[in-house]
Design a protein around this ligand. Structure first.
Ligand code: KG4
Ligand code: ZN
Length: 342
């Protein structure tokens, strides 16, 4: 039963190649979560084409929002606030969502809340785990970001480590392309790796000398490309499944090791994961084993909430809403928005 005290937020997400809208109650309960993916179009080009993404968002956004409201059994008048991702992401893609949210907030006379996309990814954990509360350590692994952050409180983040070059998802996508799996690569490498031997090829475990918690994946990516080229030149047959499994093992080892190191250093016993790569089966299994061994609690979102969606934006927005955060109609897209920045 819903009461007047319940906070119902209509959330919009358009930072990359999914047009998404959701209705979320009190940051934790999802009434609808509609995602219109553009993957089939971008696949033709081997990656996201920003211009096409913006155009498709414009075509789809009204329908997606209408569907999210319909599935929640609500009209615009029933929601308490409109939330939207305003960064980081592709500027043209972000602008479509931001302009739409502003128009809706203005027309329906509802408060507007701009949300940081990555803070949304972290908040997806609040939906899957209704009992999860800060503080906790979170490994954020998406297509554009690889961070270790301490979530001190709702909306309060402290960055502990970051990637010096490629993000984990980016490494997956590049390796997938090199072994001919196409876009988006992460889920395909995940699947193919199940048929391969993770010990077949020893790829480097990237590290940064002066910052042991930081990440670096560009050396690993080069090592995979060199391996493939070398094998081709020598006329050797390549076992793609072994390459996928061995590459994945290197990524998972580093992600798990740095997360465990950070948890130990900080004395934090609650560990969460977020972002598209958090749906990776080997990473989930590796992190689960390490957390069990160390006696830490582990949290990760349902797979559909790991990759881009608007429900996670509605969750993050709720904690801003109850703090009194409101944005004006001058809210703009910020493509390189930093975590914790406002
Ligand atoms: O969080 P997300 O949906 O978008 C960004 O904010 O970047 O993450 C997308 C990234 C892509 O690089 C995709 O290849 C990767 O997450 N990904 C995966 C898996 N599912 C998605 N990587 C590895 N294994 C997966 N199962
Ligand atoms: Zn994302």
């Amino acid at each position: 039963m819903m009461t007047d005290q319940d906070v119902k937020i209509l959330a919009i997400e358009s930072s990359c190649d999914e047009t998404a809208a959701a209705v979320v109650v009190n940051g934790r309960k999802v009434l609808s979560n509609v995602i219109s993916s553009q993957i089939d179009i971008h696949r033709l080009y081997g990656g996201v084409v920003p211009e096409i993404a913006s155009r498709k968002h414009i075509e789809n956004i009204n329908g997606v929002i209408g569907e999210a409201l319909a599935q929640a059994g609500m009209s615009l008048q029933d929601v308490d606030a409109v939330a939207v991702t305003y960064g980081p992401g592709l500027v043209g893609a972000l602008l479509v969502g931001v302009a739409e949210a502003k128009a809706i907030a203005f027309a329906a006379k509802k408060p507007l809340i701009g949300v940081h996309h990555i803070e949304g990814h972290v908040s997806a954990n609040y939906i899957t785990h209704p009992d999860l509360e800060p503080p906790f350590l979170c490994l954020i692994v998406s297509g554009g970001h690889t961070h270790l952050v301490v979530v001190r409180d709702y909306g309060e983040y402290e960055i502990i480590a970051r990637t010096r070059d490629d993000a984990a998802g980016e490494a997956y996508d590049k390796v997938a392309r090199a072994i001919g799996l196409g876009y988006p690569g992460g889920p395909k490498v995940d699947k193919l790796a199940k048929e391969g031997n993770p010990k077949a090829i020893v790829f480097p475990r990237g590290h940064v000398d002066e910052a042991p918690l930081d990440f670096s994946f560009s050396g690993l990516k080069s090592a995979v490309l060199n391996y493939l080229n070398g094998a081709k030149m020598k006329g050797e047959t390549i076992c793609e499944a072994d390459v996928a499994a061995s590459f994945q093992q290197s990524v998972v080892d580093v992600l798990v090791e740095h997360t465990m190191l950070a948890a130990e250093e900080l004395g934090i016993r609650k560990v969460a994961m977020a972002g598209g790569v958090a749906s990776n089966s080997a990473l989930r299994a590796g992190m689960k084993a390490a957390c069990e061994k160390a006696g830490y609690e582990l949290f990760f979102p349902d797979p559909i909430l790991c990759t881009d969606n608007a429900a996670m934006i509605g969750s993050a927005a709720y904690y801003e809403y109850i703090k009194g955060v409101r944005d004006g109609l001058d809210l703009n897209a910020v493509p390189n928005l930093k975590i914790g920045q406002r």
